[in-house]
Design a protein around this ligand. Sequence first.
Ligand SMILES: Cc1cc2nc3c(=O)[nH]c(=O)nc-3n(C[C@H](O)[C@H](O)[C@H](O)COP(=O)(O)OP(=O)(O)OC[C@H]3O[C@@H](n4cnc5c(N)ncnc54)[C@H](O)[C@@H]3O)c2cc1C
Length: 463
Amino acid sequence: MDYDVIVIGSGPGGYVAAIRASQLGLKTAIVEKESLGGICLNWGCIPTKALLKSAQVFEYLNHSTDYGIKINGAGEVDFASVVKRSRNVADGMSKGVQFLMKKNKIDVLVGFGKLKSKGVVEVKAADGAAKTYSAKHIILATGGRSRELPNLKQDGKKVIGYRQAMVLPQQPKSMIVVGSGAIGIEFAYFYNAIGTKVTVVEYLDNIVPLEDEDVSKALNRILKKQGINIMTSSNVEAVDTSGDLCKVTVKTATGTETLEAEIVLSAVGIATNLEGIGLEENGVKTDRGKVLVDDFYRTNVEGVYAIGDIVKGQALAHVASAEGIICVEKIAGENPHPLDYNNIPGCTYCSPEIASVGYTEKAAKEAGYEIKVGKFPFSASGKASAAGAKDGFVKVIFDAKYGEFLGAHMIGYNVTEMIAEVVTARKLEATGHEIIKSVHPHPTMSEAVMEAAAEAYGECIHL
Ligand SMILES: Cc1cc2nc3c(=O)[nH]c(=O)nc-3n(C[C@H](O)[C@H](O)[C@H](O)COP(=O)(O)OP(=O)(O)OC[C@H]3O[C@@H](n4cnc5c(N)ncnc54)[C@H](O)[C@@H]3O)c2cc1C
């Protein structure tokens, strides 16, 4: 055998699995056809956050007088430089993964990886030259790409996916974003903040439909105030790109409307990269576009594993990484616990941010819990007032009987940095009263978690 482990795909699932394998003494190689770091570092989490930071800086400039700062002359967005900064940040992160591969003595095999036969991976370089490598364990981590809907075909110019949205040659005057999950909302916020006229079209009744309804409603109100046109319960039926502007036919609850915009961004989720990687030839089972795996990411074929966006579970970078670590620890004979998919935080980095973990109020009730709900608005927080960020709240949900921390839902400034407290508390099975009795630093936004917990038990001080 050439290797103990070969990982195909170097996103946050693949490269993290490779590093952990190497730490555990397994001889490891990773196959990548594009840039190290996958979608997350190159076309997802990181470059979008760089774009969003530019938008936030612009917003600060526009509101500087709120903070007593006068700026002579209006600020201006240099779109090309905003995009360039985002690309530079992504490139730097990808180089960081290159360094980590070297540091951990992981061989990087450049090309398209395919499961050739039992224990054999074929790597085809861009020039077509193919080489095979053998390994006891092969981990598939090939990730996803923008999903296309039949009535929303992407031409990459006027009707685009997330990759093009990050590197448009110029800032569009108008944009229709189809889909209001985290990706759609982040782009809607970004483009609106820098001056593009944005409409969001969402098929379901609420934007960010996976979030607690209170958060969805609050975000809807705030984004509308920021100038974004939001259409819920609306379905894109057709797009006509023949003119200068795209004409988008949208069926709403009350009839049909035609919207016009320079660019239509399709943000309706991801499709998995399962084509051509040898699944059918080797009998690896899939179901509705996902590879079927057990709690330790073993497929039905011995020695073949799958992690990340290509298996079921939340399509998030930290989930992919956690899965990679568990998969490799099991291969190495350790005794990892299966991942608790109900304790995975989800974040959206618009402004204000949203962050959540665990049961929504509706899901907790549907699961049969009798619940206690506490809510603390940032309008009552000293830090939020000082920061000029009074929008939003923290909402916590406890089981009324045993005090189990069922879920937390936050909207506000910096809340994506606050949700990890709840993840840890839930992991350690902290109760509501243990949260209330954990002294939080003052003044911080995080006090709102303690206050919200106290509110659930009628002990809130600042409301
Ligand atoms: C715009 C956007 C923003 C996002 N923001 C966030 C965020 O803020 N937080 C978050 O947690 N998640 C975010 N995500 C989701 C996150 O990027 C993914 O969940 C994560 O990247 C999945 O990791 P992965 O390892 O499964 O695969 P990927 O990151 O998709 O990586 C797969 C890699 O495999 C390579 N590959 C595929 N097939 C082959 C092959 N046959 N041979 C060799 N190489 C191959 C690909 O080139 C790619 O590099 C975002 C996604 C998008 C699109």
